[in-house]
Design a protein around this ligand. Structure first.
Ligand code: C2E
Ligand code: CA
Ligand code: CA
Ligand code: CA
Length: 277
């Protein structure tokens, strides 16, 4: 095939899926980008609804590509999950988010750091050791870190995975179930999971309080969580009507553009200083 590469090239290219090609290029660019330090974290504050205090933030990764500019995660996280690149990427996010948590803590800004964990990451046999290693390396205290694990990563809630969640709890980490309600799962699995927080997905918050179905789902989630002794974070809160509705139903934390968009560490530091003073 190599010898008449030109012929093959001309023969195959039209047949090749242009998107597959693009994806391959993006994948190798991301591989390079991770090594070259092109990833950055932004942080979105989470507000304790009852007191109005900012008590946590979620680390959200962005890719600062030299030519493409700021690439949003939706454009590379799925590809990173398929290719396995999510493992080095996720490890970088964990380390960097822990590092930033410690920096803020040393400046007197005490926030719980919530960190997204991809299914593939969580499924690694040595995931707990990796997390423990990063805590030791960065000096972050387990109690200051919350791992957000998607519902879909726990669909097959095997003994091994539940055991792993228990090990993380034993280390002192908090666990949140991310994108709750989007995984079409049976609710019975919830009682088996050592998880203290549900995150109501933005898709259910977006049309609150007007949309009857979404209101029913969000309401049911909140009362079920309360009965199970779990806390709830609502994501994607954009307006006062949503906040008021959630506050009335005793939602614990809210996160969304109404409070603040995700911001780079420096910008968030200034914002927090104003917010806290
Ligand atoms: P997510 O975990 O559900 O994160 C919340 C997303 O909602 C973020 O999008 C955030 O910027 C956006 N958002 C927050 N408040 C509002 C709002 O009021 N209105 C609207 N319209 N959107 C809001 P982002 O940063 O683009 O991240 C998208 C997804 O990419 C995340 O969804 C998460 O699944 C994934 N992701 C981001 N960072 C990481 C990471 O470090 N590791 C992994 N595994 N996944 C990540
Ligand atoms: Ca999340
Ligand atoms: Ca979500
Ligand atoms: Ca509807």
């Amino acid at each position: 095939a190599k010898q008449n590469g030109r012929n093959n090239y001309q023969f195959f290219v039209p047949e090749m899926n242009a998107r597959a090609m693009q994806r391959l290029q993006l994948e190798s660019a991301l591989r390079l980008g991770i090594d070259r330090g092109e990833l950055v974290l932004h942080f979105q504050p989470q507000q304790h609804m009852e007191s109005g205090r900012i008590i946590a933030c979620e680390a959200l990764v962005r890719w600062q590509h030299p030519e493409l500019g700021m690439v949003p995660p939706i454009q590379f996280i799925p590809m990173a999950e398929d290719s396995g690149l999510i493992l080095p990427l996720g490890e970088w996010v964990l380390r960097e988010a822990c590092r930033q948590q410690v920096i803020w803590k040393n400046q007197g800004i005490h926030l719980t750091m919530a960190i997204n964990i991809a299914a593939l990451q969580f499924q690694q046999a040595d995931f707990v050791e990796r997390v423990a290693g990063i805590l030791a390396e960065t000096g972050a205290v387990a109690a200051d870190i919350e791992l957000e694990i998607t519902e879909s990563a726990l669909l097959a809630s095997t003994e091994t995975l539940i055991g792993r969640l228990n090990q993380l709890r034993a280390l002192g980490l908090s666990l949140a179930l991310d994108d709750f309600g989007t995984g079409y799962s049976c609710l019975a699995y919830l009682k088996r999971l050592p998880i203290e927080r549900l995150k109501i997905d933005r898709s259910f918050v977006k049309d609150l309080p007007g949309d009857t179905e979404d209101a029913a789902i969000a309401s049911a989630t909140l009362s079920m969580a309360r009965d199970l002794g779990m806390m709830v974070t609502a994501e994607g809160v954009e307006n006062e009507a949503q906040r008021e509705w959630l506050l009335q139903r005793k939602c614990t934390l809210c996160q969304g553009y109404l409070i603040s968009p995700p911001r780079p560490a420096g910008t968030l530091t200034e914002w927090l200083r104003k917010e806290m003073s």
